[in-house]
Design a protein around this ligand. Sequence first.
Ligand code: SAM
Ligand code: ZN
Length: 331
Amino acid sequence: MVANPSDSAPAPQLVDEVIIRMRCPTCDSSVVALDDESGVACAEGHRYLWRNGVLDFSKAVTTSGTTERTFASFGYEWNAFDEVRGEDEGFSKVYFRDVDLASLKGKIGLDAGCGKGRYTRFLAPHLAAEVALDGSSAAEAAARNLAEFPGVMVVRSDLRAAPFAPESFDFISSLGVLHHLDDPFAGFRNLLTYLAPKGQILLYLYSRPEKMSVRSVALSCAAGLRRLTTKLSHPLLKALCTPIAAFLWVTVVLPGQWGERHRIGTLSGLPMDTYRNMPFRGLVLDTFDRLSAPVEHRYVWSELQRWFDETGLVVDAAREETGWFVLAHRP
Ligand SMILES: C[S@@+](CC[C@H](N)C(=O)[O-])C[C@H]1O[C@@H](n2cnc3c(N)ncnc32)[C@H](O)[C@@H]1O
Ligand SMILES: [Zn+2]
């Protein structure tokens, strides 16, 4: 485990390149930093204050029941599992495999739905400035984990009403986020308003198999379990996730690992193959993630392709590795 960069509340990080792009979510005018350094305000006097290293816009928009439950779930998750982990670096290489990192030099990025900031951390050194945005109190875990990057500003806001001017960002990542919205395509179109012409967007979205398979049966079982677990209290679910993950580890992950080593097709073809090279604690976190979030959508490629066709984006790369990684740009 890599130690947390900071355990105390991090100091606010005002980033000039970000402030100039910011817009008041109430009246749409630009904002400036307050003299007492407590936050920012627009000319109309709407103020947004720092809270534990996060510039907080969460009160500017009223949230519906599902969104509130989603934010409560992820706020709990990322503050309970908030450490920067050694394995995050390895995941980042998988997530950003299709991105030409050198091309990000001098550019401004947005990580929409940043959680504890594990992927924001990976991108930050490649960009001139980056916004780590999350609608939940996960933003506070992100602020702790991103305090060492002076070009990163952490913002708490719903991505569908982010406090930025249109076309503000050259690169947007939204990893494991849109499939948790009631209407993921509407959320996607919303995100695109913040993307500059020629800008790139990287998405990670859950996939589902087209045909009946071991994975499709496992996903149906998980969907059945979710009907119960999404109603449990977060601390109780967290306590249950260790035995559930242990059961999956022994019955699926280890046999798959063994089958892969001994080239036994039926076993190596078992699902959850990404966990074969991951520490057990990664499965505990993901078990909580899968069983707690109130909304979960899954896609086959033809459904996602429509998103890009209808919005006029050009797909640069698309691959399925337990989920869809799609990199696209605005022409
Ligand atoms: C599964 S987590 C992924 C976090 C991070 N991208 C990662 O991969 O580690 C989804 C994150 O999206 C955030 N989120 C969900 N809906 C959102 C919304 N409408 N606006 C902003 N953030 C949202 C959640 O609070 C949560 O932190
Ligand atoms: Zn205003």
